[in-house]
Design a protein around this ligand. Structure first.
Ligand SMILES: Nc1nc2c(ncn2[C@@H]2O[C@H](COP(=O)(O)OP(=O)(O)OP(=O)(O)O)[C@@H](O)[C@H]2O)c(=O)[nH]1
Ligand SMILES: [Zn+2]
Length: 212
Protein backbone atom coordinates (compact mmCIF):
# COMPACT_ATOMS: atom_id res chain seq x y z
CA UNK A 1 0.00 0.00 0.00
CA UNK A 2 2.75 2.45 -0.93
CA UNK A 3 0.76 5.29 -2.42
CA UNK A 4 1.30 8.70 -0.92
CA UNK A 5 4.24 11.05 -0.99
CA UNK A 6 3.46 13.32 1.94
CA UNK A 7 5.91 13.00 4.81
CA UNK A 8 4.57 14.61 7.97
CA UNK A 9 7.35 15.91 10.22
CA UNK A 10 5.27 15.65 13.37
CA UNK A 11 1.91 14.14 14.17
CA UNK A 12 0.49 17.67 14.56
CA UNK A 13 1.08 18.02 10.84
CA UNK A 14 -1.76 15.61 10.22
CA UNK A 15 -4.19 18.48 10.82
CA UNK A 16 -5.06 20.08 7.53
CA UNK A 17 -4.10 17.09 5.38
CA UNK A 18 -7.54 15.55 5.12
CA UNK A 19 -6.93 14.87 1.44
CA UNK A 20 -4.32 12.25 2.32
CA UNK A 21 -6.15 8.99 2.81
CA UNK A 22 -4.26 7.95 5.89
CA UNK A 23 -5.10 11.07 7.84
CA UNK A 24 -8.74 11.47 6.89
CA UNK A 25 -11.19 12.51 9.56
CA UNK A 26 -13.28 9.34 9.23
CA UNK A 27 -10.28 7.20 10.02
CA UNK A 28 -9.24 9.36 12.98
CA UNK A 29 -12.83 9.23 14.27
CA UNK A 30 -13.11 5.48 13.87
CA UNK A 31 -9.73 4.81 15.53
CA UNK A 32 -10.63 7.21 18.34
CA UNK A 33 -13.77 5.14 18.99
CA UNK A 34 -11.65 2.02 19.38
CA UNK A 35 -9.23 3.74 21.75
CA UNK A 36 -12.19 5.01 23.79
CA UNK A 37 -13.20 1.37 24.26
CA UNK A 38 -9.62 0.38 25.11
CA UNK A 39 -9.54 3.02 27.85
CA UNK A 40 -12.78 1.64 29.30
CA UNK A 41 -11.58 -1.95 29.17
CA UNK A 42 -8.27 -1.26 30.92
CA UNK A 43 -10.24 0.20 33.83
CA UNK A 44 -10.07 3.90 33.02
CA UNK A 45 -12.85 6.48 32.80
CA UNK A 46 -12.63 7.99 29.32
CA UNK A 47 -15.06 10.74 30.34
CA UNK A 48 -12.78 12.18 32.99
CA UNK A 49 -11.30 15.52 32.07
CA UNK A 50 -7.72 14.40 31.49
CA UNK A 51 -8.78 11.70 29.05
CA UNK A 52 -11.38 13.58 27.03
CA UNK A 53 -9.12 14.13 24.04
CA UNK A 54 -6.92 11.09 24.59
CA UNK A 55 -8.60 8.70 22.12
CA UNK A 56 -8.17 11.25 19.34
CA UNK A 57 -4.60 12.03 20.34
CA UNK A 58 -3.70 8.35 20.40
CA UNK A 59 -5.36 7.80 17.03
CA UNK A 60 -3.30 10.59 15.47
CA UNK A 61 -0.13 9.44 17.18
CA UNK A 62 -0.64 5.86 15.97
CA UNK A 63 -1.23 7.04 12.40
CA UNK A 64 1.95 9.06 12.62
CA UNK A 65 3.95 6.19 14.11
CA UNK A 66 2.90 3.97 11.19
CA UNK A 67 2.98 6.51 8.36
CA UNK A 68 5.71 4.52 6.64
CA UNK A 69 2.97 2.40 5.05
CA UNK A 70 2.04 5.40 2.93
CA UNK A 71 5.51 6.12 1.63
CA UNK A 72 7.49 4.63 -1.21
CA UNK A 73 11.16 4.26 -0.32
CA UNK A 74 12.32 3.55 -3.86
CA UNK A 75 10.61 6.70 -5.09
CA UNK A 76 12.34 8.72 -2.38
CA UNK A 77 15.76 7.40 -3.37
CA UNK A 78 15.08 7.87 -7.08
CA UNK A 79 14.14 11.50 -6.47
CA UNK A 80 17.76 12.34 -5.59
CA UNK A 81 20.21 10.17 -7.52
CA UNK A 82 23.17 12.00 -9.00
CA UNK A 83 25.70 10.78 -11.54
CA UNK A 84 29.07 10.94 -9.79
CA UNK A 85 32.39 9.15 -10.22
CA UNK A 86 32.98 8.52 -6.53
CA UNK A 87 33.90 4.93 -5.83
CA UNK A 88 34.77 4.81 -2.13
CA UNK A 89 32.50 3.77 0.68
CA UNK A 90 29.82 6.30 1.74
CA UNK A 91 28.73 5.82 5.36
CA UNK A 92 25.84 7.52 7.12
CA UNK A 93 26.00 6.46 10.73
CA UNK A 94 24.10 7.06 13.96
CA UNK A 95 20.73 7.50 12.24
CA UNK A 96 18.01 7.48 14.89
CA UNK A 97 15.56 4.62 14.49
CA UNK A 98 12.09 4.60 15.99
CA UNK A 99 9.87 1.65 15.23
CA UNK A 100 7.33 -0.65 16.87
CA UNK A 101 7.60 -4.40 17.21
CA UNK A 102 4.85 -6.23 15.42
CA UNK A 103 4.36 -8.63 18.32
CA UNK A 104 3.47 -6.20 21.09
CA UNK A 105 3.18 -2.88 19.25
CA UNK A 106 5.70 -1.46 21.69
CA UNK A 107 8.56 0.77 20.57
CA UNK A 108 12.02 -0.31 19.71
CA UNK A 109 14.58 2.37 19.10
CA UNK A 110 18.26 2.94 18.57
CA UNK A 111 20.61 3.64 15.70
CA UNK A 112 21.13 2.57 12.12
CA UNK A 113 24.41 2.74 10.24
CA UNK A 114 24.13 2.53 6.48
CA UNK A 115 26.88 2.34 3.87
CA UNK A 116 27.19 1.78 0.16
CA UNK A 117 29.87 1.85 -2.50
CA UNK A 118 28.61 3.83 -5.51
CA UNK A 119 28.51 2.45 -9.01
CA UNK A 120 28.20 5.61 -11.10
CA UNK A 121 25.49 7.22 -8.96
CA UNK A 122 25.37 8.69 -5.48
CA UNK A 123 22.18 9.42 -3.58
CA UNK A 124 21.26 12.61 -1.69
CA UNK A 125 22.49 11.96 1.85
CA UNK A 126 19.24 12.90 3.57
CA UNK A 127 17.43 10.20 1.60
CA UNK A 128 19.15 7.46 3.56
CA UNK A 129 17.66 8.49 6.94
CA UNK A 130 14.38 9.04 5.11
CA UNK A 131 14.23 5.44 3.93
CA UNK A 132 15.18 4.25 7.41
CA UNK A 133 12.02 6.07 8.52
CA UNK A 134 9.88 4.71 5.69
CA UNK A 135 10.53 1.16 6.87
CA UNK A 136 10.87 2.04 10.56
CA UNK A 137 7.51 3.78 10.78
CA UNK A 138 5.62 0.53 10.40
CA UNK A 139 5.10 -2.53 12.56
CA UNK A 140 8.37 -4.34 12.27
CA UNK A 141 10.85 -6.89 13.45
CA UNK A 142 14.37 -5.54 13.55
CA UNK A 143 15.69 -8.19 11.16
CA UNK A 144 13.16 -7.32 8.44
CA UNK A 145 13.76 -3.60 8.91
CA UNK A 146 17.48 -4.21 8.34
CA UNK A 147 16.92 -6.29 5.21
CA UNK A 148 14.36 -3.90 3.73
CA UNK A 149 16.75 -0.96 3.97
CA UNK A 150 19.53 -3.00 2.36
CA UNK A 151 17.30 -4.29 -0.45
CA UNK A 152 15.84 -0.90 -1.25
CA UNK A 153 19.28 0.68 -1.70
CA UNK A 154 20.62 -2.27 -3.66
CA UNK A 155 17.65 -2.48 -6.01
CA UNK A 156 17.27 1.25 -6.59
CA UNK A 157 20.83 2.54 -6.71
CA UNK A 158 22.54 -0.62 -7.97
CA UNK A 159 25.71 0.11 -6.00
CA UNK A 160 28.77 -2.16 -5.74
CA UNK A 161 27.53 -3.15 -2.30
CA UNK A 162 25.42 -2.14 0.68
CA UNK A 163 25.95 -2.57 4.42
CA UNK A 164 23.37 -1.95 7.14
CA UNK A 165 23.84 -2.36 10.89
CA UNK A 166 21.05 -1.58 13.35
CA UNK A 167 21.29 -1.54 17.14
CA UNK A 168 18.10 -1.19 19.14
CA UNK A 169 16.56 -1.49 22.55
CA UNK A 170 13.13 -3.13 22.60
CA UNK A 171 10.66 -1.87 25.20
CA UNK A 172 8.86 -5.21 25.05
CA UNK A 173 12.02 -6.70 26.54
CA UNK A 174 12.58 -4.04 29.17
CA UNK A 175 9.27 -2.68 30.50
CA UNK A 176 7.50 -6.06 30.37
CA UNK A 177 8.22 -9.70 29.60
CA UNK A 178 11.78 -10.72 30.30
CA UNK A 179 12.51 -7.25 31.79
CA UNK A 180 16.11 -6.86 30.72
CA UNK A 181 16.81 -3.15 30.90
CA UNK A 182 20.20 -3.08 29.24
CA UNK A 183 20.06 -5.53 26.39
CA UNK A 184 20.73 -4.18 22.92
CA UNK A 185 19.95 -6.15 19.77
CA UNK A 186 22.27 -5.81 16.78
CA UNK A 187 21.29 -6.89 13.27
CA UNK A 188 23.17 -6.55 10.01
CA UNK A 189 22.63 -7.08 6.31
CA UNK A 190 25.10 -6.90 3.43
CA UNK A 191 25.31 -7.22 -0.33
CA UNK A 192 28.10 -7.30 -2.92
CA UNK A 193 31.50 -6.04 -1.74
CA UNK A 194 30.27 -5.96 1.85
CA UNK A 195 30.08 -9.73 1.83
CA UNK A 196 33.89 -9.67 1.67
CA UNK A 197 35.58 -9.56 5.02
CA UNK A 198 37.91 -6.66 4.18
CA UNK A 199 35.10 -4.30 3.15
CA UNK A 200 32.84 -5.35 6.00
CA UNK A 201 35.67 -4.79 8.49
CA UNK A 202 36.30 -1.31 7.06
CA UNK A 203 32.60 -0.50 7.48
CA UNK A 204 32.43 -1.90 11.00
CA UNK A 205 35.57 0.03 11.97
CA UNK A 206 34.12 3.24 10.55
CA UNK A 207 30.95 2.96 12.57
CA UNK A 208 32.67 1.50 15.71
CA UNK A 209 29.47 2.28 17.44
CA UNK A 210 28.64 2.70 21.08
CA UNK A 211 24.95 2.87 22.02
CA UNK A 212 25.01 4.02 25.62
N1 LIG B 1 13.35 -11.67 16.22
C1 LIG B 1 12.70 -10.64 16.77
N2 LIG B 1 11.93 -10.85 17.83
C2 LIG B 1 11.32 -9.78 18.38
C3 LIG B 1 11.46 -8.49 17.90
N3 LIG B 1 10.74 -7.65 18.68
C4 LIG B 1 10.17 -8.44 19.62
N4 LIG B 1 10.51 -9.74 19.45
C5 LIG B 1 10.20 -10.97 20.18
O1 LIG B 1 9.01 -11.55 19.74
C6 LIG B 1 8.76 -12.63 20.62
C7 LIG B 1 7.28 -12.93 20.72
O2 LIG B 1 7.25 -14.10 21.47
P1 LIG B 1 5.94 -14.71 22.18
O3 LIG B 1 6.37 -15.82 23.07
O4 LIG B 1 4.93 -15.00 21.12
O5 LIG B 1 5.40 -13.47 22.99
P2 LIG B 1 5.45 -13.21 24.57
O6 LIG B 1 4.80 -14.33 25.29
O7 LIG B 1 4.90 -11.85 24.81
O8 LIG B 1 7.03 -13.27 24.83
P3 LIG B 1 7.91 -12.56 25.96
O9 LIG B 1 8.32 -11.21 25.40
O10 LIG B 1 9.07 -13.48 26.13
O11 LIG B 1 7.07 -12.41 27.19
C8 LIG B 1 9.44 -12.25 21.92
O12 LIG B 1 10.48 -13.15 22.14
C9 LIG B 1 9.99 -10.83 21.65
O13 LIG B 1 11.20 -10.57 22.34
C10 LIG B 1 12.29 -8.30 16.77
O14 LIG B 1 12.47 -7.21 16.24
N5 LIG B 1 12.89 -9.40 16.24
ZN1 LIG C 1 7.71 -6.95 21.14
Amino acid sequence: METGNYIPDRDDDIDGYEKIDRYNNDLIKSLSGHYYEVLKQIGEHPEREGLLKTPERVAKAMLYLTHGYDLNAQQILKSAMFKEEYSQMVVVKDIEVYSMCEHHMLPFFGKAHVAYIPNGYVVGLSKIPRIVDVYGRRLQVQERLTNEIRDCIQETLNPVGVGVVIECRHLCMSMRGVQKQNSVTTTSAFTGEFLKEKTRTEFLNLISSKLS
